[in-house]
Design a protein around this ligand. Structure first.
Ligand code: FES
Length: 117
């Protein structure tokens, strides 16, 4: 899972597109990032690709039908296990009226949750 914002001037890459070759193309000015590595792969201006231009890759795990991303270099703990088989869990989504403390795996992935210090 890569960072969501283009390295050029910060456009939201989710409104871009995935090219036939698997690159992620920014909707604003067309910078492309390799879909496997996150490295900048193409500039429509023809300028050389900045050698260190690469999207940040978040440590990520898929569990319970959800992709969890950790906001850091290395996860400090694992996704918690449930006492029931994964295929017996029912996922529901919703919004929460108040802020409350949650662990970093969840708070960084679900934008509508906020973590108290
Ligand atoms: S903001 Fe993405 S290419 Fe310019």
């Amino acid at each position: 899972m890569f960072g969501a914002y283009c390295l050029h001037v910060g456009a939201d890459l989710s409104i871009g597109q995935v090219t036939d070759s698997g690159n992620i193309r920014c909707a604003f000015h067309g910078w492309e990032y390799d879909g496997g590595s996150g490295r900048c792969a193409y500039l429509p201006s023809g300028d050389p690709v900045p050698p260190r231009a690469s999207l940040y890759r978040f440590p990520a795990v898929e569990r319970y039908g959800i992709v969890f991303a950790f906001n850091g270099l290395e996860p400090r703990f694992s996704i918690p296990d449930f006492d029931h088989p994964e295929d017996s869990l029912v996922l529901r989504s919703g919004t929460f009226p108040d802020r409350f403390s949650v662990d970093s795996w969840v708070s960084r992935f679900m934008g509508h949750l906020r973590e108290h210090p």
